[in-house]
Design a protein around this ligand. Structure first.
Ligand code: GLN
Ligand code: ZN
Length: 757
């Protein structure tokens, strides 16, 4: 059976591309040096796939920053302000991705958005009325030839025209339909050039087909492909359509009848509905089915018996010689190889499959489908037959014993609000921050020194305490109302908690690209989760001992901890989240008992795993994610104030669910987005008090007092002044100390001014 790969990680097994790119940005490496690193990463990826006999190996899946941005550049969709800088093509590309500030001008980056339901982010292309679509296939042709020179005949793989048109932002009068014809023709021209270079097959990724698709979307899809497909056929190139991240329940008929040579379907995330469609509606005549049976997003070994069953189910509809197997999506979302892990024991590592190991699995599964690979199958049976982790019965029964009352905070919001107003007696427009203060080089160096044993834990603790004291003094001096301890003890808001909970394991090098050169190393949920001991209490208590002002305890919420980890696959996400919720709940109660009056539980990533299909939102996610948050704080006394924080304001469509988290105060990012969310808050008669961030912490710019007053004025006009808090839009840890102090002083000055008016 043939095997197919959609895309491979491009950051390198040791983040070589990140390092080379950052050296290039800093002017410490030339473009040639960066290109050389890129070339060697591509060669390594192609060789790994060739060695395992993968039948369809992609090219063009590499990117210096993002594949959607690559498609925009291929189409000439480069806004004038970037062209006007007069930079080299690569520098122009990076200017679109990261902004440019230098001798040639000052432009902001294009916006970045979450890539479907992953923690990867893509650059949003921009199309204005004057933009002329053209076709520049050179980069894809060059990579096809580069691979060919290394003895690998690849399938050039591009983000498809439909997904491009759906994700682009239209800044003029023209809409996606206006650009559809030109975009389709440009793709046709690119495919023709690739065919001329010898590519017999081209893959177009259309993950947008797994989103809710209406008649207008379908007409766009049909229009585009009625141009692309005949032109490709004429040029002699086969076109494979690749979907992933779910099923294509509402575009099945359109996809099947369009005339593709191959169609890629996700049988991991989209298994249920794609199999049902296949059974009930059949498959496109004569086309090859690229079946994503190995999970492309998580790091666990594939259960071969389950995969075999899926393959058989597929083969009962589609003839075996027209089925190829692959991963459910690009392997971009998993780390490079388990072989880089030197710390975890073999007994743990044998359960993991990163990108390289997933290639091995594809080879095994292909052989298995052909009647071979029995040794591999037996080994896999043994792996899955054994007990991987001993269940923690205490944790499991605590989850099983939860009743409705555990998810309900008493008394109701309005009563608590009155009690807390009395207790805290805060002025109008109360001020606070989101938790972290600048994590300077010095703070990080101390942590590294502790890790290397250069300083003792006692010395480290003393240092952190000194930083906390400094931070409390500063906040008192600035005049903030609710203080924080500054989070100096934390490397990362998820890793820090994972480190202090039983049930997680950590890797050395399992980096995954989040955007551009930013990579994350998610913890892995290994077993049942429980809290060993209090985690943050001593820091918060120490901070509170230094001031009469209310100190805010700072925790990461269960949904965010889970969403930024690699979850288990042997128990439901809901159960894992509830286990974490119980652990964080214990921490909340300990903080309260130790005299901490305000506790913030961050849910920065709550929206991240919202299912892509609206009909799945509640049953598959919100119905347990929101209760998990409630479980964390339902046990506190009415006078304890619960805050939460989210890193975006795009929650207009789930606003009632956000209110149902039943926090007392929610802060969120609103300074960069327009203030549309405030209309939504008003329309929903939002009950929770709100702190829409009044300035953007993602840049070192210091906002002026007037600017903040104006921002708050706009907010107050929408949601009134009664429930409005004043705060930055996220944690300050990535900022420097001078601009942080200046910004916060202006923030408090603005609040004081507003109180007088
Ligand atoms: N409390 C965290 C901080 O201030 C929140 C970070 C976040 O939302 N990403 O750093
Ligand atoms: Zn945030």
């Amino acid at each position: 059976m043939k095997t197919s790969v959609i895309g491979f990680p491009r950051i390198g097994d040791d983040r070589q591309l990140k390092k080379a790119s950052e050296a290039f940005f800093a002017g410490k490496a030339s473009e040639d040096e960066l290109q050389a690193v890129a070339k060697s990463i591509r060669a390594e990826a192609w060789n790994a796939q060739k060695d395992r006999g993968i039948s369809f190996i992609p090219s063009g899946d590499f990117s210096f920053y993002d594949n959607v941005l690559d498609a925009a550049v291929m189409l000439g969709a480069v806004p004038e302000r970037y062209k006007a800088l007069g930079l080299s093509p690569l520098e122009t590309y990076f200017a679109m991705a990261r902004g440019y500030q230098g001798p040639k001008g000052d432009v902001k980056a294009l916006p970045m958005k979450k890539w479907f339901n992953t923690n990867y982010h893509y650059i949003v292309p921009e199309l204005g009325d004057g933009d002329v679509i053209s076709a520049d296939p050179s980069r894809y042709v060059a990579e096809f030839e580069e691979a060919k020179a290394q003895g690998v005949v690849t399938v050039p793989s591009l983000i498809g025209p439909y997904t491009f048109l759906r994700l682009a932002r239209y800044v003029g009068e023209k809409c996606r339909h206006c650009f559809a014809g030109d975009v389709a023709n440009a793709y046709a021209a690119v495919i023709e050039a690739l065919a001329k270079a010898g590519a017999g097959r081209v893959a177009l990724a259309e993950p947008a087909l797994v989103l809710d698709t209406d008649a207008d979307d379908l007409s766009l899809f049909t229009k585009v492909y009625s141009l692309v497909l005949p032109a490709s056929r004429k040029a002699g190139a086969k076109v494979a359509l690749q979907t992933y991240f779910g099923d294509i329940r509402d575009s099945w008929d359109a996809v099947m009848s369009a005339g593709f040579d191959a169609i890629g379907l996700d049988f991991f995330e989209g298994r249920e509905r794609n199999l049902a469609c296949l059974r009930e509606k059949g498959f496109a005549d004569g086309a090859t089915l690229l079946a994503g049976v190995v999970c492309g997003k998580n790091i666990w070994r594939t259960d071969y018996a389950a995969a075999k069953e899926t393959i058989s189910a597929i083969c009962s509809t589609v003839p075996r010689d027209r089925v190829a197997i692959g991963a459910s999506c690009s392997l971009l979302h998993v780390p490079w190889t388990v072989k880089s892990e030197k710390t975890l024991p073999q007994d743990v590592l044998k359960h993991f499959a990163f990108a390289i190991e997933k290639l091995d699995e594809l080879k095994d599964l292909g052989d298995l489908a052909d009647g071979g690979a029995s040794t591999a199958f037996d080994a896999n049976r043994a792996l899955f037959g054994g007990v991987r982790v001993k269940a923690d019965e205490k944790v499991r029964s605590a989850v099983a014993a939860l009743t409705n009352a555990d998810f309900e905070r008493k008394p109701a919001f309005a009563e608590r609000e009155a009690i807390q107003r009395k207790r805290f007696a805060l002025p109008k427009f109360p001020t606070t921050t989101i938790g972290s203060f600048p994590q300077t080089k010095e703070v990080r160096a101390k942590r590294a020194a502790l890790r290397k044993g250069e300083i003792t834990p006692a010395q480290y603790e003393e240092y952190i305490k000194a930083k906390i004291a400094e931070c409390v003094r500063l906040q008192e001096d600035i005049g903030l109302d609710i203080l924080v301890h500054g989070e100096y003890e934390r490397n990362d808001m998820v890793e820090y908690f994972g480190d202090h909970l039983d049930g997680f394991v950590f890797t050395d090098k399992a980096w995954v690209q989040s955007y551009g050169t930013r990579c994350v190393k998610p913890p892995i949920v290994w077993g049942d989760i429980s809290r060993r001991e209090p985690i943050t209490v001593k820091w918060s208590v120490y901070a509170q001992s230094l001031t009469k002002k209310p100190m805010k305890g700072m925790l990461t919420g269960p949904v965010t901890i889970l969403n930024w980890s690699f979850p288990r696959e042997d128990i439901p996400l809901r159960d894992q989240t509830l286990q974490i919720a119980l652990a964080i709940r214990a921490e909340v109660l300990d903080l309260e008992a130790a005299g901490i009056p305000v506790i913030q539980i961050d849910e920065a990533a709550l929206r991240e795993k919202l299912p892509l299909r609206r009909e799945d939102w509640r049953p598959k996610y919100l119905d347990w994610a929101i209760p998990a948050f409630r479980l964390v704080h339902s046990g506190v006394r009415p006078e304890t104030q619960i805050h939460t924080h989210m890193c975006y304001s795009e929650f207009g469509d789930i606003i009632r669910d956000i209110d149902a988290m039943d926090a007392d105060v929610i802060t969120f990012e609103a300074s960069r987005a327009d203030l549309k969310v405030l209309d939504d808050l008003k329309a929903a008669d939002f009950r929770t008090e709100v702190g829409p961030g009044v300035y953007d912490i993602h840049s070192p710019r210091v906002p002026s007092v007037e600017e903040i007053v104006a921002a708050v004025g706009k907010m107050a006009a929408k949601v009134g002044t009664e429930k409005l808090w004043i705060n930055p839009d996220c944690g300050l840890k990535t900022r420097g100390e001078p601009e942080t102090e200046a910004s916060l002083r202006n923030l408090v000055a603005a609040a004081r001014k507003l109180r007088l008016s």
